[in-house]
Design a protein around this ligand. Structure first.
Ligand code: ADP
Ligand code: MG
Length: 602
């Protein structure tokens, strides 16, 4: 004896949309149903903590996906908590979830747009109606007797029916009567592919019948035997101590499609207001499209082990777009969209946590590199940047090993390798992430008049500054050779003052955000007048002033001749051997930046 029930008005509205629209991504229905099955098993496990009898005689929790090509049905079966009749009416007749409610509130009435929205959100159980014109649910709640099972049936219009049935097995079986245009889902490879994409890391086994080639029939035939089709590994949910380097590396390869082992990684469970698991990798090689600022970060988002999306750009700032990894949130709704991600407080906390983690990982790598890069006199810089590199390595190496890098000797040149690949992108952070500017600045390395290798940190530089030197001097140029032969350096050479030589295209732009480092101003030697302050003796200054006076007529004439080419012509102390050089005004773009902006069409 079956009873008719009307859907809650919102459900009816939602179903109308689901059944009358086109879908950008039909496949998501399977993700939703498998994740419901997995949730049901989690709930059983949880309730069984207090009442082990709920397991009855089937303690192995699993999900089975089966199809019947003749009947055109697809069935997802779990042996989880199940539903009583009252629960089926309640849970499958109303929308209680805040995520779906939020989705409903965003509906625009424009069918095309709304349909796209469904694709992004998924609408839980009801997404079954994307591919089915009728859904039958048979279920029995764990702990209830077999005759208290329920059958729930609906064609996805305004109403559904329920009736009591006898069901020996605990848990639920959701049967989709597929629409004619959904016949694709009656193919094993298709279903397996979707499971592999969205549900590979669900911690339960997902089983499908084996398929074997039948030579007589000339086709593949389903067998009675079942086999697991998901990896069910969810490596990131396992404790660090149970995982080997090889496992971490293999996992990196599967998520990044990079055949080279990563440089290092960091794996953490973050608890507190926002709970998530974080597994972040630093690749060894930059991808070819690194410079595309629209490139999205290679971080995958999972919610409780269910895959949500690739390249979740909200999880990392753009200057860290080369980081790969997985974030698994315990708090976000399964149907979160990219737009919602941008607005979520949880996501903001995750993004900040990820940023801090990557910077810390780099700081650790850099610390190990310091032994090589440190200047010969061993003068190590102020506190944090070089942080006692001599004592630290053992600890650092161990911490690093737990975080998954290799031996200390291999680690030594890792920072240099990292920097050669990603250093220039990291610099974008100076302009993008003001909160971490100081930390980013400490991670930067440059060539200088004292080092051809790109190995001088700002802290190294500061530690070597001359008595009385008041600024960190730098020069930007197209390449190292051009930088080194610049006449701008003559005076600095003569005085023995180190100048950082910057040759990345972003340097000029990035450095415009860094006015000082650790209390010392940064100054371009190509801008304005150089005032070496106390480093210049009075006699020199007076000689320059006298020369300016003496050659005034010459300067005036040059100024007149160059009137439309130069803003000013002046006597300078910055040159030693060269007769003249061009400089730009203090607040102006340098030659290099001007060229770069011009090339960028600005
Ligand atoms: P959500 O999973 O986000 O709660 P759904 O629309 O996917 O939303 O499912 C609605 C509700 O239906 C679930 O919360 C659950 O109570 C019930 N449900 C769905 N599928 C199952 C299942 N396989 N076993 C038990 N309960 C289920
Ligand atoms: Mg669900």
């Amino acid at each position: 004896m079956s009873t008719h029930h009307a859907f809650q008005a919102e459900v009816a509205q939602l179903l109308h949309l689901v059944t009358h629209s086109l879908y950008s991504n039909k496949d998501i229905f399977l993700r939703e149903l498998v994740s419901n099955a997995s949730d049901a098993c989690d709930r059983l496990r949880f309730e069984a903590l207090d009442n082990a009898e709920l397991f009855e005689d089937a303690p192995n929790l699993e999900v089975r996906v089966a199809f019947d090509a003749e009947a055109k049905t697809l069935t997802i079966t779990d042996n989880g908590i199940g539903m009583s009749e009252a629960e089926a009416i309640e849970h499958l007749g109303t929308i209680a979830k805040s995520g779906t409610k939020a989705f409903m509130s965003r509906l625009s009435g424009d069918q095309q747009k709304d349909a796209q929205l469904i694709g992004q959100f998924g609408v839980g159980f009801y997404s079954g109606f994307i591919v089915a014109d009728r859904i039958t649910v048979e279920s029995r709640r764990a702990g209830l007797p077999p005759e208290q099972g329920v059958r729930w049936v609906s064609a996805g219009a305004g109403e559904f029916e329920t009736e009591a049935i006898s069901r020996a097995e605990r848990g639920s079986a959701i049967t989709l009567h597929l629409r004619d245009d959904a016949a694709d889902y009656l193919k094993r490879w298709k279903l397996k592919g979707i499971i592999g994409k969205y549900s590979d890391h669900i911690s339960l086994p997902i089983l499908m019948r084996k398929e074997e080639w039948d030579a007589e029939k000339g086709e593949s035939v389903l067998q009675d035997e079942w086999e697991q089709v998901n990896a069910a590994s969810a490596l990131w949910t396992r404790p660090k101590k149970d995982l080997s380097e090889q496992q971490y590396t293999d996992f990196y390869e599967t998520i990044s499609h990079d055949s080279q082992a990563p440089l290092c990684w960091s794996h953490n469970r973050v608890e507190g207001a926002t709970e998530y698991t974080q597994l972040l990798y630093i690749p060894a090689k930059a991808p070819h499209d690194l410079w595309n600022r629209d490139k999205k970060p290679g971080v995958k988002l999972y919610v409780r082990r269910v895959f949500i999306m690739d390249e979740a750009e909200a999880l990392l700032p753009s200057y860290l777009r080369w980081v790969k990894g997985v974030i698994d949130s315990a708090d976000l709704p399964l149907n979160v969209s990219r737009e919602l991600l941008q607005e979520s407080r949880d996501v903001k906390a995750i993004r900040e946590g990820n940023t801090r983690r990557v910077l810390a990982l780099l700081e650790d790598l850099a610390k190990q590199g310091t032994q090589e890069a440190a200047p010969a006199d061993g003068a190590s810089a102020d506190g944090a940047a070089a942080a006692a590199p001599v004592e630290a390595p053992v600890d650092a190496a161990q911490a690093e090993a737990a975080e998954g890098a290799s031996t200390p000797s291999e680690a030594k040149d890792k920072y240099a390798r990292f920097y050669a690949e990603f250093g220039a992108v990291l610099k974008e952070g100076l302009g993008e992430d003001f909160g971490n500017r100081e930390r980013i600045a400490r991670l930067l390395r440059f060539a200088s008049t004292a080092s051809d290798a790109v190995a001088v940190s700002l802290a190294d530089y500061k530690a070597r500054m001359k008595e009385g030197q008041q600024a960190i001097y730098y020069l930007t140029a197209d390449n190292l050779a051009a930088a080194k032969s610049s006449p701008q350096l003559e005076l600095f050479r003569k005085k023995g003052i180190e100048v950082l030589l910057m040759t990345d295209r972003v340097d000029e732009w990035a450095l415009s955000f860094l006015h000082e480092f650790d209390g010392t101003a940064l100054q371009s030697v190509a801008k304005g007048a150089v005032d070496l302050g106390q480093l210049q003796d009075e006699a020199e200054k007076q000689a320059a002033e006298a020369a300016a006076e003496q050659h005034k007529p010459l300067l005036e004439r040059l100024k007149a001749v160059l009137a439309d080419k130069a803003a000013d012509v002046r006597m300078t102390t910055r040159l030693v051997d060269s007769p003249a050089c061009l400089v730009v005004g203090e607040g102006d773009y340098s030659n290099q930046l001007a060229r770069m902006l011009k090339a960028a069409g600005q």
